[in-house]
Design a protein around this ligand. Structure first.
Ligand code: NAD
Length: 370
């Protein structure tokens, strides 16, 4: 209870559960945040060093992402302690034990996050059934393979580009992180005439003002190589990518990479947050003051969770992609408009939008947060 009093507020969390099973080595925390809208969806993160408060913050981020996307789901999160690269047999035992320990917690639908994948979700399906993000053979929609998050991000950028008054065709962009999110958003943008001028991965970065061929780079990455092994481009350091001149700069790798000490180096009109919390609050304020559009993560990268929720409700891949397009475009347009009218940063506009919707849902309940 002591811990709860530090961060509990009008929105939750409704439940914090510690689970433990010595034979398997299972130690985990579940935070069920606000479930007024419906059972929570939020991924299982396997990590060595996440505490209850951090798990709560991740659960809260899912509450806001789900409610902003209009999904009938609240937010939750699991942290299961362990090295995500542990031996597969051991991981399987831990994940199966986790599933069994959460069998009766029907307010939480299990889902993948960092350190867990669709194979882990298949084990959970086998144990308790209540899971999303399972392999296609088990009825899942392979969201990273089809680029669900990249598709939503592309649509958010397209709306913002329009709002800024320039054309997507011929616009330039840079991507930090050429993984599941980064490569797909690059692919959708270049298929619509935009030109990738800079890109990085965990090894290094490259730049070419004439354009980097996205399809060819995807092939390079498929051979387990780094972007620096792509031929026609100049190699730069990872940190230099931030100052590459372009119309749209897309963080799609790690948190907090745009901060007080480097935000001034950006030479772009739009920052589109593919990664979760890639900008510190100070950096976002600076961008707002400078009139640079900064599309907040929980609006712009909601494609993945919309896809997962659609899978849970039995929708097809096509229906999921249509839903992502419609929702992300609508929400991006709404917050751009609101930020303009109320003279507030886009994140504030997005938070107000999500909180107002959540408060309307909560007002219909006997118990507010569940
Ligand atoms: P991923 O592991 O597939 O790709 C991450 C990429 O970032 C890799 O190419 C890696 O080499 C690169 N990278 C790592 N450190 C880097 C660094 N310091 N500089 C440049 N590149 C670096 O991961 P992903 O699924 O694409 O997720 C990326 C981000 O997007 C994460 O913050 C994740 O939480 C967020 N996100 C993902 C989804 C999704 O559907 N996959 C949905 C919402 C948010």
């Amino acid at each position: 209870m002591e811990e709860l009093s530090r961060f509990a507020d009008e929105f939750g969390p409704t439940k914090i559960l510690h689970v433990y099973e010595p034979n398997s080595g299972l130690k985990a925390i579940l935070v069920v945040d606000n479930v007024a809208a419906g059972p929570s969806i939020g991924g299982i993160r396997m990590a060595q060093d996440v505490n209850v408060e951090e798990c709560f913050r991740l659960a809260r981020a899912m509450t806001m992402k789900n409610v902003a996307a209009g999904l009938p789901h609240g937010g939750g999160k699991v942290v299961v302690y362990g090295d995500p690269k542990m031996e597969k047999k051991k991981k399987e035992i831990i994940i199966r034990a986790l599933a069994c320990s959460l069998r009766d917690i029907s307010e939480y639908i299990l889902a993948p996050d960092m350190g867990t994948n669709e194979e882990c979700m298949a084990w959970i399906k086998d144990e308790i059934g209540r899971v999303v993000g399972v392999p296609a053979e088990l009825g899942g929609i392979p969201l990273d393979e089809i680029g669900a998050t990249g598709w939503g991000l592309y649509n958010s950028i397209d709306v913002a580009v329009n709002y800024c008054g320039f054309a997507l065709s011929g616009a330039t962009f840079s991507v930090q992180g050429f993984g599941a999110v980064g490569k797909h958003v690059a692919d959708f943008l270049s298929a619509n005439g935009a030109i990738m001028v800079g890109v990085s991965d965990s090894v290094g970065a490259i730049v070419n003002p004439e354009g980097i061929n996205v399809q060819e780079l995807i092939q390079v990455k498929e051979q387990n190589k780094s972007v620096v092994e792509y031929g026609p481009a100049e190699t730069i350091t990872q940190s230099e990518l931030i100052s590459v001149q372009c119309d749209v700069w897309i963080p799609a790798a790690r948190p907090d990479i745009i901060h007080d000490n480097n935000v001034q180096d950006l030479r772009t009109k739009i920052v589109a947050q593919g990664a979760n919390i890639p900008c510190t609050p100070g950096a976002e304020n600076y961008l707002f003051q400078k009139g640079i559009v900064c599309l907040p993560d929980f609006i712009a990268n909601a494609g993945g969770v919309i896809c997962a929720a659609m899978e849970y409700h039995g929708a097809s891949q096509k229906q999921a992609m249509e839903e992502i397009e419609q929702t992300v475009r609508h929400n991006t347009a709404h917050i751009l408009d609101r930020s303009d009218k109320e003279k507030i940063p886009l994140r504030t506009a997005a938070e107000r939008f999500a909180q107002e919707r959540l408060l309307r849902i909560m007002a219909t309940k006997r118990w507010s947060v569940f």
